[in-house]
Structure formats: structure tokens, C-alpha cells
Design a binder for this molecule. Structure first.
Ligand code: GDP
Ligand code: IMO
Ligand code: MG
Length: 429
């Protein structure tokens, strides 16, 4: 297995960016395959913090980075993010970053619609990032999208714009909004096309060539399995498939390319946005987890909801995503607790469940069944070897492995790149 697919196994923000950056040293190419700039991946390298939303995390090391066809691309955001990273000294050129020619574009009216729907939803809102992700995916599946390759054919855009505007103008009228200004959209696309087109490539072809050469491909998932549009806490999910299986379709490689599926798992649980969260702690312990873990969203700055580790959810994620092994992150955040709890099952109206039932009302009513495990007073922060971990922390890790039925491959003990314990090299598997 020369390749590794990194995915989030919870509700996102598990520390995928840090782990992808760490693994990128061993990879020849890093590929994003779904989502868009709703993601927020934070890397800390020698005290410098890099925040990436759309660009693959491998770019910080200079590893060849690819934005696959499964990603929805906001071209103006792309330009801004390239400029922001360039200002931090990261070199990004069409030589080390490729964008699939078939990526659907996120346009300004997608962002408008995302916000209009959220504002109109009151208590039922999803709590999206308001970046137009859902509406852009709707247009892709509805066969109305404008894609990266269309930027080279802007004079032929009229029939596509007709269909797109007919659809969106009807929706906009329902919200009391003016129709789309077509000239403004075309002028915007003309202005951005020269910046985007040099990066546009048949990435399915270059990735297949890389695979034939035996290059190591590292797939970087965004969001997490519980935000997957099929397997997550629907409708409080994102609009793409976030599971490992998407790596192939979202990049143009066959399913056997996924290789070692590395699930990134936070040592406790967080969620940003609305939706069920059985182990959520709205008390001093939740507050403490949030403060110790600096749990604020990278993209929106929103406070993340915090709770105990939910082994039921991660076991389910591991199963539906075919996770081979996990990277357990933010173990250090649990330092200093007298005792820790792990959710091992639920009851819904007295009925026991060893998985999350599909209906949102049942999910909202799920009462966790906990087991309590002794904490540790020593610090794990910055630990770089198994031998540095207190015995009780090792017990916690072993119990997690047992409950989720998956071995630990990596442990992360701080935001810093090298504060990482390698247990089993995913690339060597
Ligand atoms: P991603 O979306 O999965 O890439 O995760 P985010 O970057 O949104 O959120 C994870 C946050 O935790 C970031 O601020 C990381 O710098 C930080 N982080 C990652 N691993 C660790 C760790 O092991 N310990 C601590 N304390 N922070 C970590
Ligand atoms: P990373 O890659 C955490 C959440 C939003 C909202 C829901 C739908 O950093 O882990 P969307 O804008 O995608 O339509 O919002 O999904 N969400 C994330 N939560 N981490 C993310 O990405 C997320 N991307 C989207 O908060 O609940
Ligand atoms: Mg994030």
C-alpha cells in the first residue's frame, strides 16, 4: 500500500491538516478530493501557523499538490489564499499546484443563497460556513455548474448561463432578491480566468501517471465522516461525501488507490454548527475542554461545542469509511482530568443502541452510556515517543482502540508538526 487517505472520523477539525503536513514529507503528491473552502486546516511549523482552507496541506512543504475534481472551487478565494500563503513565504506556482479542469466553481450567488437560506431557517438552520458549498454542489449534480474548463470558453457560456440563471433567479425571487446580473458574473469570470487557467490540468491523467511510476499519493479529506451527506447526522451535514471512498472518484483514480485509510480522531469530541451531539457537555468540563483545546473554528471563528469521546460514533465512522488505523490527536488536552468518560452506547427512550440511529429526533434524544476511566496528572504535551506517555494515558488509548475496533498508527500531542508519535507508518503498510 503506497498511498494514504486521511479523513476526519468525527465532525471535522480533528487535526487533519497537522497530520497531512507531517505525512507529506513521505509523499510525492497531496490531493484534496472533496469539500471546498469550508475546511479550515491549521499547521504549526517551528512556531509559524499556517491556515489553509482550499489548498492541500502538502503545499506548505512544497510537495506537489492537487485540487481534484470532487472539490468545489471559489476562484477568488483561491487567489486570496495563494496570496496569503505567499506572504508567509510558501511558494505556490502552476508547477507545484494543479487544479482539475472539471472542478465546479463556487460563484457569488452560491454564497448569497447559502446565507439567505440560513437566515430564513431560524432554529432549524444547519449552521453552514455560508461559503456557498451546498448550492455549488447542487448545481454540479443538477448539471448546471460552470467549471474550471469553462474559463477557457467564456464566449460560449450563454446557454449554460441561461440554465443557471433560470434556476437561481426563481430561488432568488422567493427570497425577494434581484435576479443575477449576468454581465457582472461574466466580467468577474473574465477577470479571474487568467489567474486560474495556468493551474488547470487533466489531474486524473497526471495522478494515474504518478501511480504508474509508483509515486506515493496522500489524499487529504476535509470535514469528517459524521458530516458526510450519506453517513452523517443528516440534514446537519455538509453537501459532499467525506468518507475515504470519495478519494478515488474525487480525483480520477480507481478505488484501489486509497491505500491505508488513516482516520483522524480527536481524543474527545467537538462539533461546530447545529445538529445532534450525544456526548456534548454544556458545563464546566465542556468549557475546560474548549479552553484547553482552543476550540474555535478556523473558518468562521465560531466556538466549537465540546464533549466526551464517543466511541460509538468513531466505530461507526471506521466501519463506513474502511479505516485501517487512526491518528489520535489532542491527547494533551485531556491532561490533568481526575477522570475521563467514554461513551460506549446510547439509549433512546429506554431502548439500547450500539450505533447512532438515523432519525434526527432519535439522534437528538440519544442518551449516552458512559464508562469512566481514571485520568492522568502528568503532561503529555509535546511527547514524541510512546515511552513519554504516562501509563494511564496509554490505558486510555488502548481502551479507545478496543472500543472502535481500530489500531492507533499515530498520536499527536501538540499543534506543532513534530510533536507526533509514530506507532505504525501508514506508508509502510
Ligand atoms: P482540521 O480541520 O482537521 O485540519 O483541524 P483544525 O486545524 O481545524 O483544528 C485542529 C486544531 O487543533 C488546530 O488548531 C491544530 O493546530 C490543533 N492541534 C492539532 N493537533 C493537536 C494536538 O495534538 N494537540 C493540541 N493541543 N492541538 C492540536
Ligand atoms: P474541516 O475540514 C468542521 C460544518 C459546518 C456546518 C456543516 C455544513 O476543517 O474539518 P457547509 O458550509 O459545509 O455547508 O456547512 O458542516 N463544517 C465543518 N465543521 N470542520 C469542517 O471542515 C467543516 N466544514 C463544514 O459547520 O455544520
Ligand atoms: Mg478544521
Amino acid at each position: 500500500m503506497a498511498n494514504v487517505t486521511v479523513i476526519g472520523a468525527q465532525w471535522g477539525d480533528e487535526g487533519k491538516g497537522k497530520i497531512v503536513d507531517w505525512l507529506a514529507e513521505r509523499a510525492d503528491v497531496v490531493v484534496r478530493f472533496q469539500g471546498g473552502h469550508n475546511a479550515g486546516h491549521t499547521l504549526v511549523v517551528g512556531g509559524t501557523t499556517y491556515k489553509l482552507s482550499l489548498l492541500p496541506s502538502g503545499i506548505v512543504r512544497g510537495t506537489l499538490s492537487v485540487i481534484g475534481n470532487g472539490v468545489v472551487l471559489d476562484p477568488w478565494h483561491f487567489r486570496d489564499e495563494v496570496a496569503k500563503l505567499a506572504a508567509q513565504g510558501v511558494t505556490i506556482t502552476p508547477d507545484n499546484l494543479h487544479i482539475a479542469e472539471t472542478c465546479p466553481l463556487i460563484l457569488p450567488f452560491h454564497r448569497d443563497l447559502d446565507g439567505l437560506r440560513e437566515d430564513a431557517s431560524g432554529a432549524g438552520k444547519i449552521g453552514t460556513t455560508r461559503r456557498g458549498i451546498g448550492p455549488a454542489y447542487e448545481d454540479k449534480v443538477g448539471r448546471r455548474a460552470i467549471r474550471v474548463c469553462d474559463l477557457a470558453h467564456l464566449d460560449d457560456l450563454a446557454p449554460q448561463l441561461d440554465r443557471l440563471c433560470a434556476h437561481h433567479d426563481a430561488l432568488r425571487a422567493g427570497f425577494g432578491e434581484a435576479p443575477i446580473d449576468r454581465d457582472e458574473i461574466v466580467a468577474g469570470l473574465r477577470e479571474i480566468a487568467d489567474f486560474i487557467l495556468p493551474y488547470a490540468r487533466p489531474v486524473w491523467l497526471t495522478l494515474n501517471e504518478a501511480r504508474r511510476r509508483g509515486d506515493r499519493i496522500l489524499f487529504e479529506g476535509a470535514q469528517g465522516v459524521l458530516l458526510d451527506v450519506d453517513h452523517g447526522t443528516y440534514p446537519f451535514v455538509t453537501s459532499s461525501n467525506t468518507i475515504a471512498g470519495t478519494a478515488a472518484g474525487g480525483s480520477g483514480l480507481g478505488p484501489s488507490a486509497a491505500g491505508f485509510v488513516l482516520g483522524i480522531v480527536k481524543a474527545y469530541t467537538t462539533r461546530v454548527g447545529s445538529g445532534p451531539f450525544p456526548t456534548e457537555l454544556e458545563d464546566a468540563i465542556g468549557q475546560r475542554l474548549g479552553e484547553r483545546g482552543h476550540e474555535f473554528g478556523t473558518v468562521t471563528g465560531r466556538k466549537r461545542r465540546c464533549g466526551w469521546f464517543d466511541a460509538v460514533l468513531v466505530r461507526q465512522s471506521a466501519a463506513v469509511s474502511g479505516i485501517t488505523g487512526i491518528a489520535l490527536t489532542k491527547l494533551d488536552v485531556l491532561d490533568g482530568f481526575d477522570e475521563l468518560r467514554i461513551c460506549t452506547g446510547y439509549t433512546v427512550d429506554g431502548r439500547p443502541f450500539d450505533y447512532l440511529p438515523p432519525h434526527p429526533q432519535d439522534q437528538a434524544r440519544a442518551v449516552p452510556v458512559y464508562e469512566t476511566i481514571e485520568g492522568w496528572s502528568e503532561s503529555t504535551a509535546g511527547a514524541r515517543s510512546w515511552a513519554d506517555l504516562p501509563a494511564q494515558a496509554i490505558k486510555y488509548i488502548r481502551r479507545v482502540e478496543e472500543l472502535i475496533r481500530c489500531p492507533v498508527a499515530l498520536v499527536s500531542t501538540s499543534p506543532e508538526r513534530d510533536d507526533t508519535i509514530l506507532v505504525r507508518d501508514p506508508f509502510a503498510d
